[in-house]
Design a protein. Structure first.
Length: 416
């Protein structure tokens, strides 16, 4: 390796330098890359189909694409949905046609952050994917069902990558510590007991976060009395600075966590509901959004089982409006715990769904004439209000009985 190459290598982030280069070195994705799995066999046989790699950050999407590039005989082109547009796509497709014609080589196009492509950019890929001009590999942190055209998804296999377990990340950290050529092995670092375990646990399943924190800790490690530099647990904690949480306010995790909060309250588990509330608030969610969801819950899942639930929810919304975060967190916690512990009834919710169905599927039924108001002489002449019984005047409910629904629905019972 030349001095220029060595210099470039030094300045590359540790996470990039330590990317696995062969399939066997990839950890944590055995459900799709085990030796008996389809994707492994496809890579080994150089028969990779167009595919989407969907998973959280730092789980190996780009690494898998690069390993496929090395393992196959295809021309490999990488685009970023953040930096490249339709013009770049068309240039790649034209080059792919040339390779296919002149050298009979396949072209693999890897698009990172493919969910950021707009509809026009995604549509530009469709014909080439369909006729085999390119093999498309897309990497996305967003649910493809929400972020990608159905036509494009239907032409690709979707492989879901899991967040890495702490033991997987520890393997990658230990490789980085001992690898002399690509990692930190030449620095002969000492690692305090528990430091790597803590880093592996607190990196939230993201190998890139863990390796970046390890690199920062190693660069700031100090040697005492001529000893080798030592990475302490405190240094790792400081380097990690876990100020972000896995929570995308506009993405799937947003809906996953609000769903978990809703279902925990519905299931009566106050502890779980408070945990999911905390996950949202500590990640920066708008407290008024959560308060609105609690108001909905008070009527949808509790309803007539507890008439105080709705005022409690509205009061929490008002408290959030008055004082904001972080102070209103405890007001939301009170409301969430109350909803979780309250008796539940979905009678109102199901009744209104039934009403919506009847309104959509039946003609507009006239208001029964005895229920109509008669503010004018003509209306009285036409019989508006005739036969109406003013219920408070009747001591016996049976005597006050009358129909309040339209004629065609008068036997319908939406709620008991």
């Amino acid at each position: 390796m030349s001095s220029t190459q060595e210099s470039k290598e030094i300045f590359r982030p540790l996470a990039d330098r330590m990317r696995p280069v062969v399939l066997a070195d990839i950890v944590g994705q055995d459900h799709i890359l085990g030796r008996d799995k389809m994707l492994w066999r496809a890579i080994e046989d150089d028969r990779v189909p167009s595919l989407m790699l969907w998973g959280p950050p730092g789980t190996g999407k780009t690494t898998i694409a690069q390993v496929i590039a090395r393992a196959t005989g295809a021309v490999f082109v990488q685009l970023s949905a953040v930096e490249n547009g339709v013009k770049d796509i068309r240039a790649v497709l034209e080059a792919a046609r040339m390779h296919s014609t002149t050298s009979r080589q396949k072209t693999i196009l890897f698009v990172d952050e493919i969910h950021r492509f707009n509809k026009g950019q995604q549509d530009a890929l469709l014909p080439a994917v369909e006729n085999g001009t390119i093999i498309l590999i897309g990497a996305t942190t967003e649910n493809p069902s929400f972020s990608l055209n159905a036509a494009l998804i239907s032409r690709c296999r979707v492989f879901v990558l899991n967040a890495l377990e702490s033991e997987h990340i520890k393997i990658l950290l230990e490789r980085a510590v001992h690898d002399v050529e690509r990692g930190l092995g030449s620095e002969l670092l000492q690692i305090e007991d528990g430091a790597l375990e803590f880093l592996a646990t607190m990196s939230n399943g993201d190998a890139r976060v863990a390796l970046n924190a390890l690199q920062l800790a190693s660069e700031t490690a100090r040697a005492e009395d001529g000893a080798v530099p030592r990475i302490t647990l405190d240094a790792v904690k400081e380097s990690l600075q876990r100020t972000h949480l896995l929570y995308d306010k506009s993405g799937e995790e947003h809906y996953n966590i609000i769903s978990a909060l809703h279902k925990s309250m519905r299931g009566g588990d106050a502890s779980a509901a408070l945990y999911w509330l905390g996950r949202m608030l500590e990640a920066g969610e708008d407290p008024l959004y959560i308060a609105r969801r609690i108001i909905r819950f008070a009527s949808e899942d509790i309803g007539i089982a507890n008439s105080l639930a709705l005022p409690q929810a509205v009061a929490a919304y008002q408290a959030c409006s008055y004082i904001g975060m972080p102070e209103c967190g405890v007001n939301l916690a009170q409301a969430v715990a109350y909803m979780a512990k309250s008796k539940k009834s979905i009678a109102l919710y199901t009744a209104y769904l039934d009403i919506q169905k009847d309104i959509r599927e039946l003609p507009n039924e006239p208001v029964p004439i005895h229920l109509r108001n008669a503010p004018t002489k003509l209306m009285k002449t036409l019989g508006y209000g005739k036969g109406y019984k003013y219920t408070p005047e009747f001591a016996c409910a049976k005597d006050a009985a009358q129909d309040f629904l339209p004629e065609k629905l008068k036997h319908k019972k939406y709620i008991e």
